[in-house]
Write a protein that binds this ligand. Structure first.
Ligand code: HEC
Length: 202
């Protein structure tokens, strides 16, 4: 009995000693992994800071004017001139402001098959619309029943192309101005929004 205990104890000690280098190695490689992760994080932060610097350097004067904590047009800036200059940036598609591909417009607005997600339009981030899309934002007004409001499709187009032509310094992204959406894609969104048969208007 005593012998068994002694054997058992020395066996355990042997295992402990034998395994130590492996355990140490594991700890070292874990530490290395951790350091690598921290390095990657640092790089990412640096890149973001760089990108931010570049974006700041490339701001147009209107972006500069709107980059204030309240995101409002600062005193001394003439709102009408602001609107006019923004309006001058709006390019219209050859086929007119109402596109032909309503389905594409719907997908760009927010794909109902993907819970309303859309990588470029992403309207549901700020607006509600199709009643089937429950996860919708309220930063902007609801667009449910939009076609019934009698808004000129041209104004809808301008709003999506460059929202600042209507509401200077709006938080609504200037999707055409920044080249996120092409004029034809915006026209398809307009078609979807103004179609009385689209789920947005039902
Ligand atoms: C980051 C938030 C945000 C996103 C994303 C966004 N909007 Fe807006 N939108 C707003 C806000 C805020 C307003 C209210 C007026 C303003 O500030 O421009 C608005 C207003 C509007 C209006 C006018 C509504 C009215 O009642 O007159 C329309 C139309 C519109 N948005 C369409 C769209 C479409 C289409 C998309 C997607 C392509 C979109 N918005 C994406 C924030 C957003």
């Amino acid at each position: 009995m005593k012998k068994t205990v002694i054997y058992g104890a020395s066996f355990t000690a042997f295992i402990l000693i034998a395994c130590q280098p492996t355990a140490q190695k594991a700890a070292v490689s874990e530490k290395k992994e951790e350091e690598k992760k921290i390095q990657v994080k640092k790089e990412k932060k640096k890149n973001l800071a760089e990108r931010f610097k570049i974006a700041l350097a490339n701001q147009d004067k209107w972006q500069k004017a709107c980059s204030n904590p309240d995101q409002i047009v600062p005193k001394g800036i003439d709102v009408e001139t602001f609107r006019k200059e923004m309006m001058a940036t709006v390019k219209f598609p050859e086929g007119g402001v109402i596109g032909k591909d309503i389905k594409r417009g719907e997908k760009l607005f927010g794909d109902p098959d993907k819970g309303g997600r859309s990588r470029r339009g992403n309207c549901y981030a700020c607006h509600c619309g199709d009643p089937r899309i429950l996860a919708c934002g309220n930063i902007g007004p609801s667009l449910r029943g939009y076609a019934k409001r009698g808004i000129d499709p041209k104004d809808t187009y301008i709003r999506i192309y460059n929202s600042w032509a209507i509401v200077p310094c709006s938080v609504m992204p200037r999707l055409g101005y920044h080249g996120v959406l092409t004029p034809e894609e915006i026209a398809d969104i307009v078609a979807y929004m103004h179609d009385p048969e689209s789920p947005l208007n039902k």
